[in-house]
Design a protein around this ligand. Structure first.
Ligand code: ARG
Length: 456
């Protein structure tokens, strides 16, 4: 494409080194879509005759057909998807040599990438909505199941399992906003920025922007070919999403272990061991957690690439897509498989509850009852603390205590207090907005469905 200025052909080893076809070929459809809009605009503005424009457009459709029918194999020696398509077009229709009028690969790459990304991110939104739905459904299934809630991995207070699932609904619905933000960052159309300075042709940038479904053309041609922050917005979303996934996986892996054992994973989502017959391993969860590093790594990769680059386009930018694709593919597969797993995960109610009876997670409930009886909270805290100390010394778990034991150590313990000293009451009485009380969880599930439906 640039033989005019050169006395030597590009060395084979250099062609191999500089090609990006293996990474950008997947954008062929988006690239052709961009070229069709460009050539329509060239025809409309009279830069090309309308006859020339329609012939080129027809040729582009033909190239697309050939690709879709597997009849066209691109060549690495033509560097990238853009040059492969243009070269094939010109073989089919010699007027194809006019397609690149008023365009550079620099604005073309950015346009093609944004079109392709837009499609992928829209489909991620569908997958993420499914995941959100899975958490709401799990929450409905498990609202009455009580599990120990943990801080510092120490039993803290009993919670509704429904409340636990809703905590992920909140985290992932924030990720949804971040995904939407990343999509909004793709709204401006780069086409017409040229190599860096715009064009001497009277391009109608408004027209190509509209044809391609952008909201407006980019405002500065230098920034247009130099910037990749629209990719960074995706990377940040993806990293945060995977960190949420990873933490979720750690919980489920832990609760699936024999020591906790209150989560029941479907057999179909687990694998066995080639050696140990008893094993049922939570591989899907471990792999999802394990993929998190790659996604974060891809974000860091692009940040470092961009860090020292001068305005405007530099060939370093060709390295922007490999990690991006890897990250999108990973996030997509994780969204799908975790949603399917959450749909089937069950909780062993008895085991979860027995965990509570073995610990002292109702201690706060006693202290708060004493406060209602007029004892200052700090004093109540100390009274209950001493009592728990006594229980531990005497190897008595909460479930093993007799009423007399409690009354002996807690001065104001009466029958009303005895009545509220159960995991169910403990949960039910945490009826503050956002708390684990059953009524609150029910309310949040209802609102959750509404919020899910109103996501655009
Ligand atoms: N293959 C290149 C890329 O994907 C095309 C851009 C080439 N631009 C240039 N000035 N060499 O970024």
């Amino acid at each position: 494409m640039w033989h005019g200025r050169f006395k030597q052909d590009t060395a084979e080893i250099v062609k191999k080194f500089t090609q990006s076809l293996d990474v950008d070929w997947r954008m062929y459809e988006a690239d052709i879509e961009g070229s069709i809009a460009h050539v329509k605009m060239l025809g409309k503005t009279g830069i090309l005759s309308s006859e020339e424009a329609s012939k080129i457009e027809a040729g582009l459709h033909e190239v697309l057909n050939e690709i879709q029918e597997g009849k066209f194999t691109p060549s690495e020696s033509l560097e990238d998807v853009h040059m492969n398509i243009e070269a094939r077009l010109t073989e089919i229709e010699p007027l194809g040599a006019k397609l690149h009028t008023g365009r550079s690969r620099n604005d073309q790459v950015a346009t093609t990438t944004k079109i392709y990304l837009r499609k992928r991110l829209h489909s991620l939104k569908d997958d993420l909505r499914n995941l959100l739905r899975a958490f709401l459904n799990a929450s409905e299934r498990h609202i009455d199941i009580i599990i120990p809630g943990y801080t510092h991995m120490q039993q803290a207070q009993p919670i509704s399992m429904g409340h636990y699932w809703l905590s992920w609904f909140e985290a992932f619905i924030r990720d949804y906003s971040r995904l939407q933000f990343a999509l909004d960052a793709l709204n401006e159309c780069p086409l017409g920025a040229g190599a860096l300075a715009g064009s001497t042709f009277p391009l109608d940038r408004e027209m190509t922007s509209q044809l391609l479904g952008f909201t407006e053309p980019t405002r500065n041609s230098l920034d247009t070919v130099a910037s990749r922050d629209y990719m960074m917005d995706y990377h940040y979303f993806a990293s945060m999403f995977m960190i949420h996934i990873s933490r979720l996986c750690t919980d489920l892996i832990t609760w699936n272990s024999q020591e906790f054992a209150f989560i029941v994973l479907p057999d179909s989502f687990c694998t066995g061991s080639s050696m140990m017959p008893q094993k049922k391993n939570p591989d899907v969860l471990e792999l999802s957690r394990g993929k998190t590093g790659q996604v974060i790594g891809n974000m860091i990769d692009l940040l470092i690439n961009l860090k020292g680059l001068p305005m405007t386009y530099n060939r370093d930018l060709q390295e922007d897509k490999r990690g991006l694709w890897a990250s999108i593919d990973t996030v997509e597969s994780v969204m799908k498989i975790i949603a399917a797993l959450i749909d089937e995960v069950e909780v062993d109610e008895e085991v979860a509850l027995s965990g509570i009876y073995k610990g002292y997670s109702l201690a706060t409930d006693i202290a708060e009852y004493l406060v209602m009886k007029g004892i200052p909270f700090r004093e109540a805290h100390a009274i209950v603390g001493r009592f728990i100390g006594w229980c531990i010394e005497n190897h008595l778990a909460f479930g093993e205590l007799r009423v007399g034991d409690i009354q002996e150590h807690i001065p104001k313990a009466d029958w009303v207090m005895m009545k509220i000293l159960s995991p169910e009451e403990s949960v039910r009485r945490r009826n503050v907005y956002g708390g684990t009380g059953f009524e609150q969880v029910e309310q949040q599930i209802r609102e959750g469905h509404e919020r899910l439906e109103s996501l655009k």
